[in-house]
Design a protein around this ligand. Structure first.
Ligand code: COA
Length: 392
């Protein structure tokens, strides 16, 4: 009880018990709900509660309090506090809302609730681990920790070039990140590059009579890929840990925050490769940079430094490479302590204004690319990339 009450001492934010009637008293993914919690389990849970590092929030603290009272004293029998006694009124409401819940069940729910809080604090909790401990992803890494889901592009030897499989895994990871109980999502790269764009091997080894089919499939894949960024429901932060090329640059306009090391460069060599812009950049880049600057980047392959990208509005802030990881992650960790729903709803409001337009632009860009990928200009440019490499 001491633990519950000491947690509640911090409950000063609760000004009214109004919303407590609808409190989901215990809605947790612990599988032991049919098991009976013994007196020993209950006492153990009380002790474990004292070791929690993170404040679980007022609503959870009220649930803990209410379940504790119900488990130890039965249904609420205390006099109702006055309306102005906010904290005690909130506690009383929480307890009273349990009605006639039997003491044994309350004890059991208390144990489950504490277990779930402890689980949530487990260090390095990875979200992508299968039961046997292996990851279901091969080209990326996905972790959830401290309210942050992080997607790391993980082909450092290939400068994190995006293969077909990687496109699919990033989409899958975004879906998972959206469903995770995290506040925000970060995308970054392993190794010295952020990402070198589309893996040009995606275009190689395609039999000539299959090129049109391959281009159509790739266009559909890209459209769905970009849609998963347009529709992502929570704040999305890019940590650009090194140079970025192609689609990894154009997508940045769909992130909510972009932090970059001063070693990063931003390059979209589309016309060099006989291609055309994607990631809604044909709409977003002129909007944020002005068309005169965006044209240099999107039409004429101008490579931007991190500072240039920042002054053009593509990057939020640039950090020295030596302190980039420390400073950028400190920001991200601080943001991850903000209220989850407030952030998500605010992001969705901002995005909703443009969503329809972005989907339309995305579809048009992909249609153009399907045409480009089958053109001689594109096929020849990609062939010469590999021929030049072979000469080195
Ligand atoms: N597609 C396929 N392979 C790529 C790649 C890409 N987009 N980017 C890098 N790689 C591969 C290289 O072929 C090389 O593979 P290898 O070790 O088997 O030879 C490996 O990654 C390392 O790249 P390398 O070129 O040796 O490193 P670098 O530091 O000299 O150059 C880049 C890095 C990114 C500048 C250069 O690889 C490049 O220009 N890549 C193409 C970028 C591009 O045009 N992307 C598409 C934009 S639409």
């Amino acid at each position: 009880m001491a633990a519950s009450i000491s947690l509640l001492k911090h409950c000063f934010m609760v000004k009214t018990g109004r919303h407590l009637k609808n409190l989901p008293i215990v809605h947790l993914h612990i599988t032991s709900t049919m098991k009976r919690a013994s007196e020993h389990d209950f006492n153990l849970a009380k002790e474990r509660l004292k070791t929690l590092k993170k404040d679980p929030g007022n609503e959870i603290k009220l649930q803990i309090y209410a379940l504790f009272k119900q488990a130890t004293q039965g249904p609420c029998n205390a006099p109702k506090p006055g309306m102005l006694d906010f904290v005690n009124k909130a506690k009383w409401d929480a307890w009273n809302s349990l009605g006639g819940l039997p003491q044994e069940q309350a004890r059991h729910k208390y144990v489950d609730l504490v277990s779930s809080l402890m689980l949530a604090e487990a260090p390095n909790q990875t979200a992508d681990s299968a039961v046997d401990g292996t990851s279901k992803y091969e080209t990326i890494q996905l972790t959830t920790e401290n309210n942050i889901t992080t997607i790391r592009l993980n082909r450092p030897n290939k400068k994190n070039a995006i293969t077909v499989e990687m496109y699919k895994e990033i989409m899958q990871a975004l879906k998972q990140a959206a469903e995770e109980d995290s506040v925000l999502t970060v995308l970054t790269g392993n190794g010295d590059y952020y990402c070198s764009g589309n893996d040009l091997n995606n275009f190689m080894n395609v039999p000539p009579d299959n090129i049109k089919h391959m281009a159509k499939d790739s266009g559909e894949l890209l459209r769905n890929f970009v849609n998963s960024f347009i529709d992502f429901p929570k704040p999305l932060i890019s940590l650009v840990n090194g140079p970025a090329v192609g689609v990894s640059v154009t997508l940045l306009g769909l992130f909510d925050i972009v932090y970059a090391t001063d070693r990063a460069t931003f390059h979209t060599p589309f016309s060099q490769l006989g291609q055309s812009p994607e990631g809604c950049s044909s709409y977003i880049f002129p909007k944020i940079m002005g068309s005169a600057k965006a044209n240099e980047v999107l039409l004429f392959n101008k490579k931007l430094t991190a500072r240039e990208a920042c002054s053009l509005g593509l990057v939020t802030e640039v950090f020295p490479d030596s302190t980039f990881q420390k400073e950028a992650w400190a920001r991200v960790k601080a943001y991850a302590t903000l209220p989850k729903n407030s952030l998500a709803y605010s992001k969705q409001l901002i995005r909703e204004v443009e969503k329809e337009k972005l989907h339309k632009v995305n579809t048009q860009e992909c249609e153009r690319l399907v045409e480009r990928w089958t053109s001689d200009e594109c096929v020849n440019a990609i062939m010469s990339f590999f021929q030049n490499k072979a000469k080195l």
